[in-house]
Design a protein around this ligand. Structure first.
Ligand code: NAD
Ligand code: DAU
Length: 332
């Protein structure tokens, strides 16, 4: 593979993956990104211009997508509407980008016989009880809860159908909650860190007992590259770093890292249909492809991320006021 097309490569995880590919391979990368509110040109700044090119465009635009797919050896598909709360307010954009956008890409890779990797989420499996001893595996039945996770589940099913029916050479990864630099301030960890940096209190939905399985985005990127290079066509790999923590624990950690009273947070209106717990068993990825996370210790990865947000206020501050106004309008 010499030429890689990365959709959504100006987003939080896609931009991290582009950097990872440039640092560790000889591949040239074209980013196809619509530059929605969630994108950031800054996240791609400083990359070598002779190896990375940004094409501003929509994955729903079949005429733009087709020649790009034709001219590349593989497609890694990150582009999506990604935020659950937004999917409750405006599900239509999620159906369009996540379902129809994936369909548009699949039709192009079908025409050109192009290798395709689809980046998906553990949310397609629904949620687990807090005391459930099992974790999600590649065999867990689909049971999505939110409009976001339903559209990601739909896109996964499309990929599987295009593999089986048309022989498209595709793989899928389903990853747990990512954290790290360049994540939009609408998401849980950046929101709470920037709240504290701005002198306001972190906002916990409901009781805060909900558990997420945190993974550093560098580790997600290394997993996607492993699967792209050596994954078995037609197969799915779960990506996780054994990072289960309740939201309450995470908020307390953030407050401590920033030198504040760990109980100085507030409870706000819960998310409708809020999934209780996600937990990933990534044995397959580790045993079959030899992948291991670098950030095995969540508190130290979180400390580095908190520091990054402290140092990059000029990047996140322009987004903060509008994001908080939207939350405030919902009592969150
Ligand atoms: P993000 O919202 O930060 O970035 C999404 C990117 O896609 C943005 O740059 C946006 O401009 C682009 N985009 C959106 N609609 C587009 C369209 N129609 N055409 C072209 N580009 C478009 O998202 P993220 O958190 O980086 O997530 C990336 C992918 O990883 C998504 O597919 C998401 O479902 C998946 N994922 C995310 C997580 C997580 O914790 N954030 C975990 C597992 C899987
Ligand atoms: O599991 C993978 C998924 O993780 C990805 O597919 C999604 O793209 C990504 O957004 C993320 O989904 P979540 O809904 O889990 O992430 P979010 O950051 O929105 O919320 C994490 C948890 O924190 C969740 O239980 C809701 C809670 N929360 C969130 C916000 C924004 C709060 O308690 N307070 C908040 O202000």
């Amino acid at each position: 593979m010499d030429r890689l097309l990365v959709t959504g490569g100006a987003g939080f995880i896609g931009s991290n993956f582009v950097r990872h590919v440039v640092d560790r391979t000889r591949m040239d990368v074209t980013v196809l990104d619509k530059l929605t509110y969630a994108a950031s040109r800054e996240a791609l700044a400083g990359l070598p211009a002779d190896r990375v090119r940004l094409v501003v465009g929509d994955i729903l635009d079949a005429e733009a997508v087709d020649p790009l797919v034709r001219d590349h050896d593989a497609v890694v598909h990150f582009a999506a509407e990604s935020h659950n709360d937004n999917s409750l307010a405006d599900p239509g954009s999620f159906v369009r980008t996540n379902v129809l956008g994936t369909y548009t890409l699949l039709e192009a890779v079908r025409r050109h016989g192009t290798r395709f990797h689809h980046v998906s989420t553990d949310e397609v499996y629904g949620d687990l009880a807090l005391d459930d001893p099992t974790r999600f595996t590649e065999a867990t039945p689909y049971n999505p809860s939110s409009p976001y996770s339903a559209t990601k589940a739909g896109s996964d099913h499309l990929v599987r159908a295009w593999v089986r029916s048309f022989g498209v050479p595709a793989t899928i990864s389903n990853c747990s909650n990512n954290y790290g630099p360049w994540q939009h301030v609408e998401k849980f960890i950046p929101r709470q860190v920037t709240n504290v940096l701005d002198g306001s209190r972190p906002k916990l939905y409901g009781s805060g007992e909900n558990v997420r399985d945190w993974i550093h985005t560098d580790d997600h990127s290394s997993a996607v590259l492993r699967i792209l290079e050596d994954g078995a066509i037609g197969e799915t790999y779960l990506v996780g770093a054994d990072g289960e923590h309740s939201n309450l624990e995470v908020v307390r950690l953030i407050l401590e890292l920033l030198g504040r009273d760990p109980d100085d947070f507030e409870h706000v209106t819960d998310r409708a249909g809020h999934d209780l717990r996600y937990a990933i068993d990534s044995t397959r990825l580790r045993s079959e492809l030899g992948w291991e996370p670098r950030y095995a210790d969540f508190p130290s990865g979180l400390a580095a991320t908190v520091e990054w947000y402290r140092e990059h206020a000029d990047w996140w501050r322009p987004h903060k006021q509008r994001t908080e106004a939207a939350y405030a309008a919902r009592g969150q």
